[in-house]
Design a protein around this ligand. Structure first.
Ligand SMILES: [Zn+2]
Length: 338
């Protein structure tokens, strides 16, 4: 079982290669504090020892890109809902009711929702922007940070200017839905994200092992292009304690990607990607996090209502308790009648 936690050698880390001399005194900003909190489990990628170190290095890394990378499609960098989303998705969000969300969503397996989301033209533009960014990275020999250790290809969209647009996507379009379907994991209080694309194919990453995401809620949208294979497979939601436990038959679910169609699930829903056997597949991932949920989770030691195994154990304990009570009553009844 792999977690979405990267670990890289120091010499491979772009942040480590920045000029340390140029550091200035840090000012703690609320947004960065939130971001740091969200990144604490993934900070090994930056080889940082403190919050200050992290903030400074990541800021310099992003600044380097922002100053030098020329965007190809500027229209992607500002949220334009009518151009980005399909009408059915937009209408459901505007109506903003559980009924309207359910009308566009398919819950093929408990906790896995799929729905039509992105316009083909938006997918094309984003694919082309990522392509352009990677070409720029190659030409300028800029050493980029990959989204996580599990992927050798792909790019972090937040790092080259798409952070504001993706923030809007999370706040205005994902949070209303996750507040209804995933309230128990902080679905209504999402406040930071990690947005990236992953690329699969013969000359890219081929598959992705079984893992859980460092997110409360994950949005996974296929952007294209032509491909064979690459199914997503799900194996039940688990808390930290039960992440390696077995799978119940009703938790097994496989999903075939369709360009433009989104999958929304809890980050703790164990999943993986099967091999992309032909062509190339690119997916947009948005790991949405809630600092409120993470803070509350620290104080919660026992049962997690959202964990399949915790629920199973609870039911088993109840079954045993009910059995014992019945047996006790039966014994008393026998005594009184004899
Ligand atoms: Zn559990």
């Amino acid at each position: 079982m792999k977690y979405g936690v990267p670990s890289r050698k120091k010499e491979e880390c772009t942040a480590c290669n920045f000029d340390y001399q140029e550091r200035t005194v840090l000012v703690l900003e609320t947004t960065l504090l939130k971001s740091f909190y969200a990144w604490t489990t993934t900070r090994t990628i930056y080889h940082v020892s403190s919050f200050q170190d992290f903030v400074q290095r990541h800021r310099e890394y992003k600044k380097m890109i922002m100053l030098n990378y020329p965007p190809l499609h500027k229209e992607l960098y500002t949220m334009d809902a009518a151009k980005f989303f399909v009408p059915s998705f937009l209408k459901a969000i505007n109506d903003n009711t559980e009924e309207s969300f359910r009308s566009i969503m398919t819950e093929s397996s408990p906790g896995v929702y799929t729905f039509e989301m992105l316009q083909p033209h938006f997918c094309e533009l984003l694919l082309s922007e990522v392509d352009n960014f990677e070409r720029w990275v190659h030409e300028t020999k800029f050493r980029i940070m990959r989204p996580n250790t599990m992927n050798n290809y792909g790019a972090v969209l937040d790092d080259f200017g798409l952070e504001t647009m993706l923030d809007k996507l999370m706040e205005d379009f994902i949070c209303p839905i996750s507040g209804v379907f995933f309230p128990e994991v902080g679905g209504s209080t999402l406040d930071s994200h990690h947005g990236f694309v992953v690329e699969y194919g013969m000359d890219r990453d081929v598959e992705l092992g079984f893992h859980v995401d460092d997110s409360e809620v994950t949005l996974n949208v296929c952007l294209g292009e032509q491909f064979g294979g690459g199914d997503l497979f799900f194996r039940g939601v688990r808390c930290d304690k039960h992440v390696h436990s077995g799978t119940q038959s009703e938790e097994i679910f496989d999903y075939s990607h369709v360009p433009g169609r989104a999958v929304l699930h809890r980050g703790r829903h164990r999943h993986g990607a099967r091999a992309t056997t032909s062509g190339q597949r690119v997916n947009l991932l948005l790991w949405c996090r809630s600092s409120v949920f993470r803070e509350l989770k620290k104080y919660k030691k026992e049962f997690s209502s959202w964990c399949g195994e915790c629920q199973r154990e609870k039911k088993e304990r109840q079954r045993i308790a009910v059995g014992a009570t019945k047996l006790e009553l039966f014994k008393r009844l026998q005594k009184s009648t004899s």
